[in-house]
Structure formats: structure tokens, C-alpha cells
Design a protein around this ligand. Structure first.
Ligand code: ZN
Length: 175
């Protein structure tokens, strides 16, 4: 199998977000000129990624087990749940260190024109969680986009008369 090993790697790197042709080329040559352990380590981590990473059955966060680190941590306040569109949004909030509650990851936003309706997002699961875990406050941290706002409004509506306080913070990565 001859082919074009460097060209193929450049093409793969260039498919990653924020990586153009030039950076992709630089990365490919960096890996090539590094000790082979880097290439084999990257290869192994990437090839096993989908098998090793699970979605937390409670909050949808990614982790190595059925329950993520945050849901397993008894020091986290279970009565406050921050609702985010995607895991990178959760990571950004965690990095700020300011939030001590738990999360609910929607893995998407309401977008009726694209066929994404409430039943396509884990909102029923959120309702169950609110009842089961005695959640008092939902902090909606969806992005300030049309879909992010529509999702925040929908959540405020759904939980409006349930006795749960729904607050909105500006957050989220552009999608
Ligand atoms: Zn979790």
C-alpha cells in the first residue's frame, strides 16, 4: 500500500475544525518528525475513542463509565442543574470553576425547521430528573442564537409551573 501517507494525514487533519491546509501540513510533519510513540499514541487513542467513551446515563456528559465524574461527585449540588447544548459548553463552564451544581446535556437545540423537536432532545429525561432528584433550579446556558433562545424559552415554559426556578445565563459555544 504505497499511496500518499503524508498527503492522507494532511487531508484528515484538515477536516478538524479550525485547522486549515497549512496547519494540517505543519501537524503532519510535526508527527512525522517526532518519536514514533506520538504517532502510535495518537493512533491508539483515536481508534479506541468511540469504544471507550460513554454518555453518562444521567446527564449525557461524556466519560469512561455509566455515570460521569460530575454525577458521581457527592460534593456537587444536585439541586441546581445547568442545561447546556453540548459537552464543550459544559467543559467551558467547568473551566471557569464558578458552578458547583450538576449538568444536563441536550446534545442539540430545538430547530423545528431542521426537524429537531422537543421529543428529539432528552427533555423528558430532564423532567424525570427534576422530580427524582428534587432539582430546585435549572440554569439554562444554551447559546444566544435563535435555536438557543427557542430552547431556553421552551424550557422556561415546560418547567414554568413545576415550582422549579428557571434562570438564563449567556453561554455556549457558537455552533
Ligand atoms: Zn453525568
Amino acid at each position: 500500500m504505497a499511496g500518499d501517507p503524508i498527503g492522507e494525514l494532511v487531508a484528515l487533519f484538515a477536516r478538524l475544525p479550525g485547522i486549515g491546509e497549512r496547519t494540517a501540513t505543519r501537524l503532519a510533519f510535526f508527527v512525522l518528525e517526532s518519536p514514533p510513540e506520538l504517532a502510535s499514541g495518537l493512533g491508539e487513542a483515536l481508534s479506541k475513542l468511540h469504544d471507550r467513551v460513554k454518555r453518562c446515563r444521567t446527564c449525557g456528559n461524556f466519560g469512561a463509565d455509566e455515570l460521569c465524574n460530575i454525577c458521581r461527585d457527592p460534593r456537587r449540588d444536585a439541586s441546581i442543574v445547568c442545561v447546556v447544548a453540548r459537552v464543550p459548553d459544559l467543559v467551558a463552564i467547568e473551566r471557569s470553576g464558578a458552578f458547583r451544581g450538576r449538568y444536563h446535556v441536550l446534545h442539540g437545540l430545538l430547530a423545528p425547521l431542521d426537524g429537531i423537536h422537543p421529543e428529539n432532545l432528552p427533555i423528558a429525561e430532564l423532567r424525570e430528573r427534576v422530580e427524582r432528584e428534587g432539582v430546585r433550579e435549572l440554569v439554562v446556558a444554551t447559546p444566544l442564537t435563535v435555536e438557543g433562545e427557542a430552547t431556553a424559552l421552551y424550557l422556561a415554559d415546560v418547567f414554568g409551573d413545576s415550582g422549579v426556578e428557571v434562570t438564563r445565563i449567556a453561554s455556549g459555544m457558537p455552533h
